[in-house]
Design a protein around this ligand. Structure first.
Ligand code: XIL
Length: 355
């Protein structure tokens, strides 16, 4: 819209121009500034969110915002082991299938999260008694049943999530205890066999604050590539904070790009209260600093080779449904929408990152 037209529209609505056909005016210039007429779907790479199945079912405002804003969808919990596979011979597809149906009906990409993790395990797994072969079979059956169920619908999978500690050693998960660390390679092979078209990711956090962990992850994915294990991408969760340095975030992104893999910023949120201050309040200054950090992350990401831009996914949608206040038991406001589904300064920060 030209400046002149915009000014005319503002004037017209200020004068209460009764006969003006507002349906031809997109968007309403008074309530929606022209710079915000774009949605996150219009970003030059996929922009997604982790969504909650019960909120989609029960909350129309939440659902409308998800449909309106995002071009990619990750299930927050619905595709985790404990949700999908609650007993050895029981699979519960209800939540995940609903999310997939919504995404498909609205032309959104679906990213699967996650085939293997040390958390969200049902007790039948943690109590499972069996030899190495039985554990291998459990791992393989779960991966292949899940990937097979969503074959042709889910574009990509976090195959293994969070296998490392912050010091760069392997996490002593039940999988490592029962199968050794090379189960990771076999998990990727099982996933590839079940859906040769799905892109396969290793996903973890901490690349931006632990050099030891970052190095361990880069060594893992490089060695998988060298061995011919099918891996297509690296997920940087990026649960970060407003005062994390751009230098650290840049190092995380740059080192991921150097692997040649696709890079997914897979669980982005920017905490404003990393020190767990119980009486902190949300201020304009914090909002602006958060917007600046969203902008710089998006800008750095937009500068990587196009072929490696798998996309950016935020973890949850609004400050009202963020996992951070629950997980850390503190007030926080990590996302680009507030609890009333309104765009925050952070939202404009994201748009500004690709200007
Ligand atoms: C979190 C969910 O948001 C919570 O609802 C759940 O209770 C625990 O898991 N890293 C991941 C995600 O890979 O799966 C986690 O999601 C957040 C941290």
């Amino acid at each position: 819209m030209t400046k002149k037209l915009f000014a005319a529209l503002v004037l017209a609505s200020l004068l209460g121009c009764a006969n003006m056909d507002h349906t031809t005016l997109m968007p309403d210039p008074v309530t929606t500034p022209p710079s915000n007429s774009a949605t996150l779907k219009d970003m030059p790479f996929p922009f997604g969110a982790a969504v909650n199945a019960s909120l989609l079912r029960s909350n129309a405002s939440y659902k409308a915002l998800v449909v309106k804003e995002f071009s990619s969808i990750t299930a927050e919990n619905a595709m985790k082991f404990g949700t999908l596979h609650p007993a050895e011979s029981t699979y519960n597809w209800t939540d995940a299938d609903e999310i997939v149906a919504l995404a498909q009906a609205n032309g959104k990409r679906i990213h699967g999260h996650t085939l293997n993790w040390y958390k969200s395990l049902p007790t039948w797994v943690t109590n499972f008694q069996g030899d190495t072969q039985a554990w291998e079979n459990l791992l393989k059956t779960h991966i292949q049943t899940v990937v097979g169920h969503f074959k042709g619908k889910v574009a990509s999978w976090d195959v293994v999530n969070e296998a490392f500690e912050d010091d760069g050693t392997y996490r002593n998960s039940i999988w490592v205890q029962k199968l050794g660390t090379d189960y990771i390679a076999r998990a990727f092979q099982y996933a590839r066999q079940a859906d040769p078209d799905a892109l396969l990711f290793y996903n973890d956090y901490g690349h931006e604050y632990s050099t030891a962990k970052r190095t361990a992850i880069l060594n893992l994915v490089t060695s998988l590539k060298t061995r011919g294990i099918p891996i297509d991408g690296l997920g940087l969760q990026m649960h970060t904070r407003y005062n994390q340095t751009d230098a650290n975030i840049s190092a995380a992104i740059t080192s991921a790009v150097a692997t040649g893999l696709k890079v997914h910023i897979s669980e982005l949120d920017i905490a404003l209260n990393p020190d767990n201050n119980q009486s902190l309040t949300y201020t304009a200054s914090l909002a602006d600093q958060q917007a600046a950090k969203y902008k710089s992350i998006v800008k750095m990401y937009y500068a990587i080779p196009k072929a490696q831009q798998f996309g950016i996914t935020i973890w949850n949608v609004t400050d009202g449904d963020s996992w951070i206040p629950v997980e850390y038991n503190r007030p926080d406001w990590p996302l680009p929408f507030d609890r009333n589904y309104q765009r925050k300064a952070a939202y404009q920060g994201i748009l500004d990152g690709v200007k």
